[in-house]
Design a protein around this ligand. Sequence first.
Ligand code: NAP
Length: 299
Amino acid sequence: MTAKVIDGKAFAAQTRAQVAEHVTRLKEENGITPGLAVILVGEDPASEVYVSHKHKATVEVGMESFEYKMPADTSEEDLFALIDKLNADPAVHGILCQFPVPDHLDERRTVARIDPSKDVDGLSVANAGRLSTGQQSLVSCTPLGCLMLLRDEYDSLSGLEAVVVGRSNLFGKPMAQLLLGENCTVTIAHSRTKDLAEVCKRADILVAAVGRAEMVQGDWVKPGATVIDVGITRVPHPEKPGKTKLLGDVHFEGAAKVAGAITPVPGGVGPMTIACLLANTLTACCRAHGLTEPEGLTA
Ligand code: NAP
C-alpha cells in the first residue's frame, strides 16, 4: 500500500479562508471585528518569528492584531497588569503570551491570569478541565488541528482504535480527550509504555507527539491506518553541509508503505496550528457576543 499524503498546508489555507469568510460576515452583519492580542516578553529570535507569523496570519483573515512587546526584565506585576487590561478590553477576544518567557516569570501563573474565555491557546487549567469533562472549552491549537485533519479523512471516527504517543499537557492529553470525544477507543502511550511497537500496531489512528526523529517505524503501523506525525526535530541536512532539515517522529518512507494516510513533516500538522489559533479567536469572539459558533472550526 502507498499512503495518501495528507496536505496540511492546503487544509490550513482552506481553514484560514473559512475563518476569513466568517470574519467578513461578522463585520458586515454585526459590526464586530475579532481581535487577537499577542504578548512577547524578551527578545528570543525564534519567538519573534512565531509572533510575526501570527500577526501576519491574523491581519490576512481580517482580524485586528494587537502586539505587545515587553522587555526581558518585565516584572510579573507589569505583565499581569497588561493581561488584566486585555481581559477587560471588549475589542480583544483572544490573548496569548508567547512562550518561553524569561526565567523569572512563571508560565503556569501567566496562563492562569488570562480570562479562560480569551485563552485561545487553550492552555489554562480551566479549559483543560472543561475539555476533559465534556464542557464547552477553547482547545489547544495543535490537537484541534489534528482533529480537523482526521475528521476530513473519515465520515465518523466513532469506534476507531486511536493511539496517541506522548502525554504532554500541550498536546498528548488534549489530543486523547478530543479523540475520546469522537468515541474512539483511546490509548495514551509514553516513555514507560511497554511494547510500544505492539501498542502502535493496534491503532487505526496513530498520533505521534514525542520529539524523537523517526522513532515510529513502518512495521509499527497497522496496514491502512491514518498516521498523524506531530513531532518536529531539526537535524543537520544529509546532503547540504551547514543546512538543517526537519524530521517528524515517524519514519515517513517506511510508514507510507503501510498506512492508508499520513501527514508529512513539514507540511502536515504544523500549518494547522496558526489556522486553529485564528479559528479559536473567531470562536471566542462569537461566544463573547452570544452568536452562533462557526461550524467545523471547533471541537
Ligand atoms: P513533550 O512535552 O516533550 O512530551 C513528549 C512526550 O513524549 C512525553 O509524554 C514523553 O513521555 C513521550 N516520550 C518521550 N520519549 C519517548 C519514547 N522513547 N517512547 C514513547 N514516548 C516517549 O513534547 P510536546 O510538547 O508534546 O511535543 C512533542 C513533539 O511535537 C515535539 O517534537 C514538538 O516540537 C512537536 N510539536 C509540534 C507542534 C506543531 O506542529 N505546531 C506543536 C506542539 C508540539 P513521558 O511523559 O513519559 O516523559
